[in-house]
Write a protein that binds this ligand. Structure first.
Ligand code: SF4
Length: 384
């Protein structure tokens, strides 16, 4: 199938510094014990952009996404310069170019937001996580209960048309009825945000929470309770008019995230910065290359070949496999014929439903997205 997506490009820029390390975080993060090296890091990212961007002629730039870490810590003048330099590299329709900045609520001051807007940012993703003090304390966040809603209100006042809030379910040790959506969900709806990203707390082995689970000192929510919380949250958001378009993503009509949608549609993205991942098609459109930058700052700042930690060529068959399981993380689903026996299993297990010639995940299917992906990959690997 011919897709214009093959020429669409998203650019992700990773800013790795955070004020403190959250106990559940497994991202490439550096704790900013002093002021981050704003300009030196910008120069390294621009160097990478100039080198790698020149190899990607002819694309249409659809999205610029600054993630982290905490990119709202970055000097706004650096952010503006970076956006201008990225936008100058490719053709883009300015009225459709999504430019997102992930923010910590405590960085959302009036002057900073004005500078972000002036620099071209048109979408804020605010790491609220919860409207409840007990959740924020249990998650070890560095912002307090009122900071998230204040940031949303200030962002709306500053003229950001698209504001997304992150919500984390399953704060350890916080008791609640799993059949009821947390009060944070209603608060998010009432806040007027256009988009909500709902995450279930995942315990990664190498994190502080991972160590505490192994030591038996972290009272994590049982999986069944977490699943029920997810379902209750889903029902509250969809009843309020949000569309559930990906496992973790809810949007008011017309407000789906362009950037993340590129990932799920198998479009190309260029990842710049420490630990950033890229997915770029071969020139003939068949295979692709997945590349991940080093997580070591000195190697990244040094540039050149040492900057790259992994480079994995993918065949056309592997690319098609990835597109298939990624599609099954979204409400778009995939053709039943391409899913074969996986489609039959999904429908029988209540994980999928047929509409026309496609299979879409049910709510239960979204909960089992990883298992569905594993089945797709196994099927495509051939008979065992
Ligand atoms: S703010 Fe985000 S990126 Fe930084 S440590 Fe916490 S979870 Fe990780």
């Amino acid at each position: 199938m011919e897709r214009s997506l093959q020429r669409d490009l998203g650019v992700y820029i990773h800013f790795p510094w955070c004020r403190a390390l959250c106990p559940y975080c497994d991202f490439p993060v550096l704790v900013a014990r002093a002021e981050p090296p704003h300009r030196a890091y910008l120069d390294a990212v621009l160097g990478e952009l100039d080198q790698r961007g020149s190899e990607l002629a002819g694309r249409t730039l659809c999205s610029i996404y600054l993630g982290g870490g905490t990119p709202s810590l970055w000097d706004p003048a650096c952010i503006a310069e970076l956006i201008a330099r990225v936008a100058a590299h490719w053709h883009a329709d300015p009225s459709h170019l999504e430019i997102t900045l992930e923010t910590n609520p405590i960085d959302c001051s009036g002057p900073r937001m004005a500078a972000w807007r002036a620099g071209g940012v048109n979408r804020l993703s605010i790491g609220v996580q919860s409207w409840e003090a007990a959740d924020l304390a249990a998650l070890g966040r560095d912002h307090a209960m009122g900071d998230g809603p204040a940031a949303i209100e200030a962002a709306a006042g500053a003229g950001f048309a698209v504001i997304s809030a992150d919500l984390m379910l399953g704060a350890p040790g916080v008791s609640r009825d799993p059949h009821q959506a947390p009060s944070s969900v209603g608060a998010a709806i009432d806040s007027g945000v256009a988009h909500v990203s709902v995450y279930e707390l995942t315990i990664e082995p190498a994190t502080t929470f991972g160590k505490r689970v192994r030591a038996g000192t972290l009272p994590v929510l049982p999986d069944d309770d977490l699943a029920q919380l997810y379902e209750a949250t889903h029902h509250a958001l969809t009843a309020a008019g949000f569309e559930h378009y990906e496992v973790s993503s809810y949007a008011r009509p017309g407000r789906r995230a362009v950037h993340n949608s590129l990932y799920w549609q198998g479009a190309e993205y260029l990842g710049l910065g420490l630990g950033a991942a890229s997915y770029l098609r071969d020139p003939d459109g068949g295979g692709a290359v997945r590349q991940v930058n080093s997580r070591q700052l000195a190697r990244y700042l040094g540039g050149g070949a040492a900057r790259v930690a992994e480079r994995t060529p993918l065949t056309a068959h592997e690319v098609a496999t990835d597109e298939l399981w990624l599609a099954m993380r979204t409400s778009v689903g995939a053709p039943a014929a391409a899913l074969g026996a996986v489609a039959t299993w999904m429908v029988a297990a209540g994980l999928g439903e047929i509409a026309g010639d496609r299979v879409h995940p049910t709510l239960r299917g979204f909960l089992f997205a990883d298992q569905i992906a594993a089945r797709v990959v196994s099927m495509r690997a051939g008979p065992s």
